[in-house]
Design a protein around this ligand. Structure first.
Ligand code: CS2
Length: 469
């Protein structure tokens, strides 16, 4: 039996506390993956139970059609199982009311984006999908989806192209824009997406860009919940717990956090009822999370991959490695301005505990992918600030060395810049082994690449790793 509205759930499963039959769509979410289901969909589910409204979510997958097919077969229901050493808390989420696979139904998605009922378009598409050029801060015109959508804006393939075409149709129809809510781990994520959307709109029609700039909203957000990619084992354990099969089942941790700038064009769900924090400026929270959580996460991923440790929890179980992680977090904390309402020492210890959660099987390989897209905001930006404060940025040099060693030892890495990284690996000069990597265009901040002492630290740590291999 599969998950459906009429499934008899095993006892103790929290299910939607509102009338799903009355729920109408108000949000389109692009990137219908595990993170969205365990995060924004859960917040919305709780908000709907607290104060119902027309805020059902239509999940969109830009590439794979499988999750949308599974979603439809399950009456748009799925489970999210929060686990830690004290046990498992399953809940069935009811906030998703529809699904579209953009690869199969581009027109369906464009019609929906221009529907007045849709007031928010939220996004979790991963860093690499945006087509952001770190050197200019604007569109990367060599990014395949950006290049295609600049040439054929009426038939978009990428996320920025869909947003611009959706907004353009709304303008023509005399509607308000939707709010674009970016939930990816990019610094000032709302502002980045706004700039990309405006640049693409400008290329098409300057009046469209002015309208979006004047009427639109792109609040920044900080999102957090550890959600490993599901496996057959996840689904089997979920079936045992739920008493029914759920193809979209997920394991996650009990912790979740969402900090959002409260700037919406036409309202929003009452996400604060689920614990979301609305603030005037998200940047301190984003920086804290990128540098104290995601930076160490990447460090753990490369360390784990180099030492043959499959999961984050395995790395954390080695006392020396856990201490390295703590030191990295402490050094990252020194690069931050005070974060309102947060004690950074407590935050660090909570992160150590979260990473050590023995029930969460988060693969180091999963986190290791796309390093070129992640490290600039997680590691390099912190290193620049640390050097500017007169410190040596040593932990960031060590994390960088782990990444380079990982790249050199894995010719098959998943990364949009894999080909260049492979070339750099092949050209390594033993006198300056990080040199070819530091010289890659638009990757390391110029001030960092030019710092001789820092480069020496990277090379020393890299030589240690390469000798240990
Ligand atoms: C991880 C993140 O895969 C990664 O790069 O660092 O997905 C991390 O688990 C989330 O940001 C936690 O909120």
């Amino acid at each position: 039996m599969q998950l459906s509205s009429s499934s008899p759930f095993a006892g103790g499963v929290l299910s939607p506390q509102y009338d799903r039959a009355k729920l109408k769509p108000g949000i389109v979410h692009i990137g219908f993956g595990a993170f969205h289901r365990a995060h924004q969909a859960v917040y919305t589910d709780t908000a709907l139970a607290a104060s119902f409204g027309d805020w059902g979510i239509v999940g969109v997958s830009l590439r794979s059609s499988e999750p949308i097919r599974d979603l439809k077969m399950q009456d748009h229901l799925f489970s999210v199982i929060a686990r830690d050493a004290s046990g498992a808390e399953p809940r069935v989420v009811g906030s998703v009311v529809g699904g579209i696979s953009a690869a199969n139904d581009r027109d369906g998605l464009l019609v929906l984006l221009a529907d007045p009922a849709i007031r928010i378009v939220s996004l979790t598409v991963t860093e690499k999908a945006y087509g952001f050029d770190p050197a200019s801060g604007g569109l990367d015109r060599r990014h395949p989806a950006i290049a295609a959508d600049l040439v054929a804006p009426g038939a978009p393939v990428g996320v920025i192209g869909f947003l611009v075409e959706g907004l353009s149709r709304r303008k023509r129809a005399g509607l308000s824009p939707f709010t674009v809510l970016c939930c990816d781990n990019l610094p000032t994520n709302g502002r980045v997406v706004e700039r990309l959307v405006l640049e693409m709109a400008e290329a098409q029609d300057p009046a469209l860009a002015s309208w979006i700039a004047a009427e639109g909203a792109f609040p920044c957000t900080m999102v957090d919940r550890i959600v490993p990619a599901a496996t057959d084992e996840t689904r089997r354990r979920a079936a045992d717990l739920l008493g029914v099969e759920d193809k979209l089942a997920l394991d996650t941790e009990p912790f979740m956090q969402w900090v959002i700038e409260d700037r919406f064009v036409s309202g929003r769900p009452e996400w604060e009822s689920a614990g979301a924090l609305f603030v005037a400026d998200v940047e301190p929270y984003e920086k804290m999370k990128l540098r104290m959580l995601n930076g160490p996460h990447s460090m753990i991923a490369y360390l784990g991959q180099l030492k043959g440790l499959e999961y984050v929890k395995d790395v954390m179980a080695v006392p020396d490695y856990a201490e390295r992680v703590r030191q990295h977090m402490a050094a990252a904390a020194l690069t931050l301005d005070p974060v309102p309402g947060i004690d950074l020492d407590e935050y660090r210890e909570q992160l150590i505990e979260r990473f050590s959660n023995p029930t969460i099987a988060h693969r180091t390989k999963q986190i290791a992918m796309d390093g070129s897209q992640k490290l600039p905001q997680r590691i390099f930006a912190a290193a620049v600030d640390d050097l500017a404060a007169g410190r040596d940025a040593a932990v960031f040099a060590e994390a960088t060395a782990l990444w380079i060693a990982y790249v050199m030892q894995n010719p098959q890495i998943e990364d949009p810049r894999a080909a260049e990284l492979c070339q750099a690996s092949a050209a390594v000069d033993s006198a300056d082994p990080s040199g070819c990597f530091l010289a890659l265009p638009g990757l390391f901040p110029p001030r960092l690449a030019a710092d001789r002492d820092w480069r020496d630290l990277v090379n020393a740590a890299l030589n240690l790793e390469l000798r240990a291999a």
